[in-house]
Design a protein around this ligand. Structure first.
Ligand code: V47
Length: 393
């Protein structure tokens, strides 16, 4: 196609977006290939601002990874150890799990994000008690725990239906499901990078079951391994179809592949441009999922700031002691303070909104100076913009 027909096609796609029409598969692939990244970003930003204005959400959370013993042998994973007793394999006792929360008892944490391995050598009660011991200590805390891949594994291993496994976890304190384990839905890719865990259909069925039970969940896409752009768009469309059916997804989180310490270590990391485009295309294709989240741990703080103008309205989180990406070579800090996150958001010209896991607002930034934040970075978005315009004049 010539540049002229390309820009005509872009205008047609933009018209569809502005009319609130769902984009088609070919539109998604076109947006991935359209050379003008800033135009794609600006269109995604229109949708982002229509939905959320200048707000960027964040929450105060930390991670617990109770074991890294995992029967699945995913090629991209640097965290899992196939057998107990292998170097660096660990499984926490319930006391150790409780201890992770005791260590943080004075912090205003509202969520614990729990991702485990597929460890069949522990009884089912170890998984339910993991939630129970945390809830006993802090009944108010939200437990976002166990990916759909884990739920599928629990059902198979311990002889339960998805609904039964989820019900028992809810009784023990489960609040919602994180979005991990989706990777890329295309069979061709799953056969290459994660052939021995839940299939795409099983992943989607777990989320369908959870949504029907009234649980909320998130969804992810691992990009930058062996998938094509078409397979990324297909992945987004399968998420969109389930969302049309259930409405239970809260946020879509693209996850940039980290190559260190795993068997795909010859692959390069996705570039910043690829990440920004993926956020933007995600925002445009997934018109029915309310939020697009940047996991700054994976893309770095700089890209996370810019992503807020490419469709992203949500940043995860204050995350502490993250293992999955740091074992895969992430060089981002392990901890981000609340003030640090607010500063990151303000400096991007956005208004920070602290939320809980289900997006209830807990605090909104009114631009007042905060300790450790420069005054010029504390000016709210609209005034900040005026100031910038004036200084350009
Ligand atoms: O399922 C594993 C991915 C996921 C690597 O729901 C990798 O709010 C890149 O799902 N390079 C777990 N990705 C993390 C996850 C998540 C993160 C933040 C927020 C939420 C949420 C969910 O991480 C895994 C897998 O898809 N992953 N290894 C790697 N080397």
């Amino acid at each position: 196609m010539s540049p002229a027909t390309d820009s005509a096609r872009f205008r047609t796609v933009a018209d569809k977006v502005r009319a609130g029409e769902p984009l088609a598969f070919d539109d998604g692939v076109f947006l991935y290939r359209y050379p003008d990244l800033l135009a794609v970003g600006a269109l995604a930003n229109e949708v982002r601002e229509r939905l959320h204005g200048d707000r960027t959400y964040f929450n105060i959370n930390f991670h617990i990874n109770p074991t890294n013993v995992c029967e699945a042998d995913c090629q991209f994973c640097s965290f899992a150890r196939l057998q107990p007793g292998m170097p660096q394999a660990y499984t926490m006792s319930l006391d150790e799990i409780r201890g992770k929360l005791v260590e943080r008892k004075d912090q205003p944490v509202t969520e614990i994000h729990i991702v485990s391995g597929l460890h069949g050598g522990v009884p089912w009660s170890w998984y339910t008690d993991t939630l129970r011991v945390l809830k006993e200590l802090r009944p108010d805390i939200h437990l976002k725990a166990f990916t759909a891949v884990e739920i599928h594994f629990f059902a198979e291993k311990y002889g339960k239906s998805y609904a039964q496994a989820l019900r028992e976890l809810v009784d023990a304190g489960l609040g919602s499901l994180p979005g991990g384990g989706a990777e890329i839905f295309a069979d061709r890719v799953r056969r290459k990078i994660c052939r021995d865990k839940a299939t795409a259909e099983q992943w989607l069925e777990v989320h369908r079951t959870a949504h029907r039970m009234g649980l909320r969940s998130n969804c992810t896409m691992l990009y930058g391994t062996v998938e094509t752009l078409e397979e990324r768009v297909d992945h987004m469309l399968r998420l969109r179809a389930l969302q049309d059916e259930t409405g239970g997804f809260q946020t879509f989180i693209p996850l940039a592949f980290h190559p260190d310490g795993n068997r795909l270590d010859k692959l390069p990391r996705p570039t910043g441009v690829d990440s920004l485009r993926t956020y933007a295309v995600g925002r445009l294709m997934l018109h029915n999922i309310p939020h697009i989240k940047a996991y700054w741990i994976m893309i770095g703080l700089d890209t996370a700031q810019i992503a807020q103008s490419f469709g992203v309205d949500d940043l995860d989180g204050t995350v502490q002691e993250e293992k999955i990406y740091h074992m895969a070579g992430a060089d981002t800090p392990q901890v981000m303070t609340r003030t640090g996150l607010i500063r990151l958001i303000r400096e991007a010209g956005r208004r920070a909104v602290e939320r809980d896991t289900l997006y209830e607002v807990r605090w909104e930034d009114d631009g007042r100076p905060l300790p450790g934040i420069r005054v010029e970075a504390s000016v709210p978005y609209s005034r900040h913009r005026k100031r910038v315009e004036l200084s350009v004049l």
